[in-house]
Design a protein around this ligand. Structure first.
Ligand code: TGC
Ligand code: FAD
Length: 395
């Protein structure tokens, strides 16, 4: 394990846009990551296990529900703070950021936005500290990019006016194997999509772990299986229904991913830059060769462009003016950028680029999930295409 000496890169003085509070939040997240996660992340990836003892620490640095009001246990921070925390987490590992963004944007956000007061008070404070963990079930075996076709459904319990019965299955669900609750999207008898909070322990509900991933190995992924799960109607999120409800959650999570991907790219760039200054071939550091300088110059150029795009998106989101297509553009651009940076950085390390002693190969493999989940690279392109032409390629 190499010492984590990461210091950040700010080529266009983006820190000038940050408040002192922003910098404190970012630096606290960075320091926590260096102390608690960097020393163990490689082993977590090798053993395909999310280190659950990190949950309390994630809660302490405000990574769970950063923008959820303090009245519900959140940190009450702004959207830039949320982004900075996601950036620092993914600088270490996309799986670490996944755990935090699922908990914040896909579990706490829908309970906060669409839940009853009772649901908010029951779940949000415990989710904020990490005492309780959640997951988000939208994707099904036959419905990934097209979640509107989902089969999972609930019907009125014929034996009780207060109960419903849930059936179906969700797949590829981050945090599922150890989550205490799942925010699940299912159709009612009229085919309308609703969010439901399913609790571990409900009879007929199971969460088998999915193994064999070569990507996002430090994040636990599983299925959600509902076999006649009988639950109170009061577990339905009452304030919004329709596909637009989960898509609003995805807007928030995709925004966090746009920041997170910059973190992964910065870590790869940082590693390659340091290596290029130290590694000597043909009598001089490889960083002195024009071909290697081209790679580094292009990396920092693309990272800087993504930083500018994303900071502006954060401002718009804070003002409630960011559109879903703007979020799609940032998610798509930044993850693609990070993948390109990771691939170039890996080559710059030669054979050393493939070993776990350096983080690059792990980032590269992780980003293959990030480019697929929360809307694939192609889906986000089609969202932009639809926005600029007014023509819908999905229908
Ligand atoms: P469409 O007919 O266009 O829309 C249905 C309704 O939704 C509204 N809407 C939105 N609302 C809020 N935010 C958005 N971004 C929205 N986009 C659309 C829309 O206005 C409409 O409302 P209404 O009232 O008219 O009914 O829907 P469609 O079926 O054509 O699909 C559109 C499409 C393809 C863009 C969408 O379904 C999509 O984004 N697909 C990608 C699926 C996806 O991203 N899945 C992610 C699963 S979760 C996950 O990956 C977590 S990874 C977690 C981690 O580890 O970090
Ligand atoms: P498909 O939808 O089958 O797509 C296959 C290919 O076809 C893609 O390249 C896609 O871009 C392309 N394609 C599809 N439709 C079109 C079209 N109209 N035009 C052109 N090309 C098209 N989901 C959750 O609900 N919760 C989670 O917590 C979660 N976590 C995940 C964690 C990991 C590690 C991974 C890998 C996935 C996770 N997902 C989760 C699922 C993820 O959101 C889906 O994998 C993603 O939405 C794509 O769905 P799919 O894999 O079924 O691909």
């Amino acid at each position: 394990m190499r010492t984590d000496n990461y210091q950040g890169h700010d080529y266009f003085q983006m820190d000038d846009f940050l408040t002192e509070e922003h910098k404190l939040i970012r630096d606290a997240a960075r320091a926590w990551v260096k102390k608690e996660v960097s020393p163990i992340i490689e082993e977590a990836a090798e053993t395909q296990t999310f280190p659950r003892h990190l949950l309390a620490g994630l809660g302490e640095i405000g990574a769970f529900g950063p923008y959820i009001p303090q009245a519900y246990g959140g940190a009450g921070l702004d959207q830039i703070s949320y982004g900075l925390i996601m950036q620092e987490l993914e600088r270490c590992d996309s799986g670490l950021r996944s755990t935090a963004s699922v908990q914040s944007s896909l579990v706490m956000y829908p309970i906060w936005r669409f839940g009853s007061e009772e649901q908010k008070m029951k779940y949000l404070p415990k989710l904020a500290t990490g005492e309780m963990v959640g997951c988000f079930g939208l994707t099904e075996p036959d419905f990934g990019s097209n979640p509107g076709g989902m089969i999972t459904n609930f019907v009125q319990d014929p034996d009780s006016a207060d109960h419903i019965i849930l059936n179906g299955a969700k797949m590829w669900i981050s945090n599922a194997p150890f989550a205490d609750i799942a925010v699940v999207w299912a159709k009612n008898e009229e085919g309308r999509i609703h969010g439901l909070v399913v609790e571990r322990g409900m009879e007929g509900f199971s969460t088998p772990k999915m193994t064999g991933k070569w990507s996002l190995r430090a994040s636990d992924t599983g299925e959600l299986i509902f076999d006649n799960v009988r639950m109170l109607k009061s577990q339905i999120l009452p304030e919004k229904s329709g596909l637009g409800a989960p898509l609003l959650c995805l807007d928030s999570a995709r925004y966090g991913i746009a920041w997170g991907a910059i973190g992964a790219a910065l870590d790869c760039y940082d590693t390659a830059l340091n290596y290029a200054k130290e590694r000597v071939q043909f009598g001089k550091p490889i960083g002195a060769f024009q071909l290697q300088q081209k790679k580094l110059a292009e990396m920092i150029t693309e990272i800087t462009k993504a930083q500018l795009l994303t900071h502006r998106l954060g401002q718009l989101r804070e003002e409630g003016r960011a559109t879903s297509p703007q979020i799609s553009m940032a998610k798509r651009n930044n993850v693609d950028m990070a993948l390109t940076v990771a691939r170039d950085a890996r080559q710059m390390l030669g054979a050393m680029g493939i070993v776990g002693e350096y983080s690059i190969m792990r980032h590269m493999m992780n980003l293959e999930s990030v480019v697929t989940y929360e809307g694939t690279h192609d889906i986000h392109l089609l969202i932009t295409g639809m926005d600029v032409t007014g023509l819908n390629a999905f229908k």
